[in-house]
Design a protein around this ligand. Structure first.
Ligand code: PLP
Length: 451
């Protein structure tokens, strides 16, 4: 029960924050969240804030569900920890892997657990390379990813990611990772129609394969909808062409479902929404609604059979952690019992879409896009030319984010794009509050940049 200022001083003195500027923190102090219920956070000064980002895109069933706390406590008493190495296992990992195999499409029937999405993507790098080696093609080691993608913060995850500032710190990417252009029509589409541009960006994959040599390319990885890169919805032409190219050159497809999985796009998995069939899916975040750290790779029969034919020298102490697995299982049970995906499809999704897209009448807003519970708006000084705020890229987004905070709304910015990903259980009246606060923040931003 220390006062906020004392907590902030302690935090700043000892806590190194991810993706934060520590000097800036010392000047303004971190916002301290103390409690949360439903879609609402409470901070240490008692402010009630609508969380339009579901934490970090993860609290899909909302905050404060006692069922998950009860399951965690029960599992901690019964079996708080055991590993899944060396041919041992336990009931929560068995039950969760079987449940995921049931939910995942096609023959994605096998799960390799990790503690996070980053770790799962590291698993994927090693798994696809091991797969091709075991098939007698050790030269197939290159993984193609996309510029501006986010696949995590480990060396492997950050290498797969296409974030230049991350590569600059630590000498990334690791060898044999290659990045192609993203299907971001708004900023890069020029005079092409969205579908022409989507097709041409997908064909960039074919060019890369031919340049690198098809006998060297092991896999292609993509988020169905690029999240941390700015919620970039791909044109409809994009993924069918990607699928065709990967099939043609015998390349494994990895869908990074860390954000898009577990209902966020209105289906269990984002790859179902955009219409492609991966061999491997990376999962985390919504798997446990963020209540426990857990991630994994869901793998198709063929890859699992080949990888399993010899010992795969890979694993994490917390692979299939019993408490995290039990919590994830309970989260999935609640999602099914309460038909959370139906709520996204029929209630919250259509309501949010209508309100969100209406923001495009605001003078600062260019495109306003949304799928399911994942949306973005592009801020622009000129809608007709899709112009960026050239000299100050990112600044206007930052100003807008600060006004959102001031209006008790958590919305994130990526450059001059504002993004949302609220808990999937958000109700229509809460959506109205969200969008009203966003509009007020946009008005205040406009006044500020005109001043
Ligand atoms: N992949 C995607 C698409 C993500 O958005 C993230 C995190 O935001 C990750 C991977 C990394 O997951 P984690 O932070 O659990 O390591």
């Amino acid at each position: 029960h220390m006062p906020t200022s004392e907590l902030q001083a302690l935090d700043c003195a000892h806590h190194m924050h991810p993706f934060s500027n520590q000097h800036e923190l010392s000047e303004r102090g971190a916002r301290i969240i103390t409690r949360a219920k439903g879609v609402t956070l409470t901070d240490s000064d008692g402010n009630e804030i609508l969380d339009a980002m579901a934490g970090l895109w993860c609290v899909n069933i909302g905050y404060g569900r006692d069922e998950l706390a009860d399951v965690a406590a029960r599992q901690m008493r019964e079996l708080p920890y055991y590993n899944t190495f060396f041919m041992t296992t336990h009931v929560p990992a068995i039950a969760l892997s079987a449940k995921l195999a049931e939910l995942a499409p096609g023959d994605l029937n096998h799960v390799f657990f990790a503690g996070s999405g980053s770790e799962a993507n590291d698993t994927n790098i090693r798994m696809v390379r091991h797969y091709w080696s075991a098939k007698g093609k050790p030269n197939k080691s290159v993984i193609i990813s996309r510029k501006n993608a986010y696949h995590g913060s480990t060396l492997g995850g950050a290498s797969l990611g296409g974030m230049v500032p991350m590569h600059q710190q630590g000498g990334l990417p690791i060898p044999d990772v290659y990045h192609i252009g993203q299907p971001n029509w708004w900023t890069e589409g020029g005079d092409m129609s969205p579908n022409e541009f989507g097709l041409s960006r997908a064909q960039g994959l074919e060019h890369a394969i031919l340049e690198l040599g098809e006998d060297r390319v092991a896999a292609f990885i993509a988020e169905p909808i690029q999240g941390a890169g700015g919620v970039i919805l791909p044109p409809e032409s994009y993924f069918p062409e990607i699928q065709r190219i990967c099939d043609k050159y015998d390349i494994l497809l990895i869908a990074d479902e860390v954000i898009c999985g577990f209902g966020r796009t209105g289906n269990w998995f984002g790859s179902q929404t955009v219409g492609w069939t991966p061999h491997i899916m990376t999962i985390a975040k919504g798997l446990s609604s963020g209540y426990a750290p857990i991630g994994g790779s869901i793998v198709c029969d063929e890859v699992a059979n080949v990888v399993g034919s010899t010992e795969f020298n890979h694993g994490y102490t917390y692979s299939g952690h019993p408490v995290a697995s039990a919590v994830a299982l309970e989260n999935l049970r609640i999602m099914e019992e309460e038909n959370v995906i139906g709520h996204v499809q029929d209630v919250a999704g259509p309501h949010l879409k209508q309100k969100w897209e209406a923001l495009s009448d605001h003078p600062l807003v260019g495109e306003a896009k949304i799928v399911g519970m994942m949306g973005s708006i592009a801020l622009t000084p000129d809608k007709s030319t899709r112009a960026p705020f050239a000299a100050t890229a990112g600044t206007v987004g930052l100003i807008c984010r600060e006004f959102c905070f001031a209006n008790n709304l958590v919305m994130r910015h990526v450059g001059d794009r504002m993004i949302i990903a609220p808990p999937l259980v958000i109700q229509p009246d809460e959506i109205d509050v969200l969008v009203n606060r966003a509009r007020r923040a946009l008005d205040q931003t406009l006044l500020e940049i005109k001043a």
